[in-house]
Design a protein around this ligand. Structure first.
Ligand code: NAD
Length: 486
């Protein structure tokens, strides 16, 4: 494909599709075959400021709507997204790389559901009347929009994750300036087109494409944005927390989720289910199973099941109906996996399946599903987020040892435990330092109304997304006191 054949996409500011003020562009390539798929505006700080001005000039259009009208708007957006789900899924497969039939269609449906969910939840967000000591006072609270939200999103679920912010932001009456990840900005433009088609008020949502450290930094740090919603790495989250100090922060960051498998579990089930936690979306999931701690007596069977599951994965063209895993989205992710596996092997781990890229499939972003055993406590696989299709295994002898490993330098997001004993389930659920613990289910299980986020004091973020929890995060609680005697 030549560069002139690819569509030229634009950003969306103040209700118009615009180029960057500099006229500069960047190109989007398919991770599956390296073909050019579109060019996009390379936004500058001035473009970000233009979007912030538009959001401030037009925020009254969304804050001034009744809750019922905002719920209608969200429902209309959900309908448009659902109607265009095949096109959206095609963009996801081309731009992100995920399999069209088995994963991209589901992500497009999930994006529609986020809007339906916000439309339902916002109507029932009741607040309280607070009894006062003073008999002449009537005290109550109500929820108000925060103003202009700076939303910055990653590339692993480029329609699902933005919808977790855009839907509740609009339902709650906020205007938004949104910066998507550069490697999935074609997806962002497609989703933005749905919002426009559904009649989102002009200026209420503004999309700025370009480098995160420039346009993302500008929108989080600028004094005319009031709050930040960010999903991405722990490192970027920390920088954003500094740059946006004093603003309301909802930060969904990284994870290196431990899964603990006890000898008393249904081991055949535990092996198969855990593999899904490792390999879904080629492991590019914040809640992915990043390390598997297996009680020694169960070790041999679990390893065998993981190898079987890895062998049954069909890695290949995202548009082939038989494909169950596509390429990784980008080169830095592939390099990090190379680095983590090499580090593991240098510290005594053994690769039992996969462990290399498969460039013959169309690009060197295809990574074989990998099972690596005997990882050490000081390895990168145990201490950092790998974010790839890797199942790292480690054996343990007693429960306290398992807990110590699981909680060691923990990123605190999601853990899983497999056991047939309810006492053991609670033993671990109450001691693991993560925001979510799934029992007899892989670490990726989540539904979009369930509270999700990291535990305090770790590198996994601040706040909770999910249904009414995001709505509460994205509103200010206003307290009103009335004296009825004067
Ligand atoms: P990243 O932090 O590199 O980038 C995330 C976004 O931030 C991108 O849009 C990027 O352009 C932007 N950005 C980069 N530097 C910035 C800066 N200085 N200021 C403002 N914005 C900036 O993360 P990624 O590689 O795109 O995404 C993968 C990470 O996201 C993983 O760590 C994963 O665990 C995490 N994640 C978390 C969740 C969750 O809900 N907790 C969900 C999905 C992904």
């Amino acid at each position: 494909m030549s560069s002139t054949a690819a569509p030229v996409l634009r950003m969306y500011i103040g209700g118009e599709w615009v180029e960057s003020e500099s006229g500069r562009t960047f190109e989007a390539y398919s991770p599956a075959n390296g073909q050019l798929i579109a060019s996009l505006p390379e936004g500058s700080r001035e473009d970000a400021r233009r979007a912030i001005r538009a959001a401030n000039d037009h925020k009254h259009k969304i804050s001034g709507m009744s809750v019922w009208d905002r719920a209608d708007l969200c429902r209309r957006i959900g309908d448009v997204v659902a109607r265009h789900k095949e096109e959206l899924a095609r963009a996801l497969s081309e731009d992100q790389g995920k399999p069209y039939h088995t994963q991209a269609l589901r992500e497009a449906e999930a994006a529609a559901n986020s809007f339906y969910n916000a439309a339902e939840q916002v109507k029932w967000l009741e607040t309280s009347v607070i009894p006062a000591k003073d008999p002449n006072k009537r005290v109550f609270s109500f929820r108000q929009p925060r103003g202009v939200y700076a939303v910055v999103t990653p590339w692993n679920f480029p329609m699902g994750i933005p919808s977790h912010y855009l839907a509740p932001a609009l339902a709650a009456g906020n205007a938004v300036v949104w910066v998507p990840a550069p490697t999935t900005s074609v997806c962002a433009v497609n989703l933005m087109q749905c919002l426009e088609e559904a009649g989102v008020p002009s200026g209420a949502v503004n999309l700025v494409t370009g480098p995160g450290p420039i346009v993302g930094d500008e929108i989080v740090a600028h004094p005319a944005t009031d709050a930040v919603g960010f999903t991405g790495s722990s490192q970027t989250g920390r920088r954003i927390a500094e740059r946006a100090a004093g603003k309301s922060l909802l930060l969904e960051l990284g994870g290196n989720g431990p899964t603990i498998i006890l000898e008393d579990a249904d081991l055949a089930m535990a092996g198969v289910v855990t593999a899904a936690g490792c390999f879904h979306n080629a492991g590019q999931v914040c809640s992915a199973t990043e390390r598997i701690l297996v009680q020694r007596g169960a070790h041999a069977e679990i390893v065998e099941r993981l190898i079987e599951a890895a062998g049954s994965i069909r890695l290949g063209d995202p548009f082939d109906p038989a494909t169950t895993m596509g390429p990784l989205n980008n080169q830095p992710t592939a390099e990090k996996i190379d680095r983590h596996l090499a580090d593991g092997v240098s510290k005594g781990a053994v690769i039992l399946f996969g462990g290399q890229r498969m460039p013959d499939l169309g690009s060197d972003l295809f990574y074989a599903p990998t099972v690596i055993d005997n990882i050490s406590r000081d390895s990168l696989l145990n201490n950092e987020e790998t974010f790839g299709p890797v199942a790292p295994v480690m054996a343990f002898d007693d429960y306290d040892e398992a807990l110590a490993i699981a909680n060691q330098d923990n990123m605190g997001l999601v853990a899983a435990v497999f056991t047939s004993n309810i006492k053991n389930a609670f033993y671990f659920a109450e001691r693991l330092r993560t925001g979510v613990v799934n029992v007899n289910e892989h670490s990726n299980y989540w539904e979009s109304h369930i509270p999700f986020g990291g535990v305090a004091g770790t590198r996994s973020g601040i706040g909770r997304i999910g249904g009414k929890h995001t709505l509460m995060e994205m509103t200010d609680l206003r307290t009103m006191c009335i004296d009825v005697s004067r």
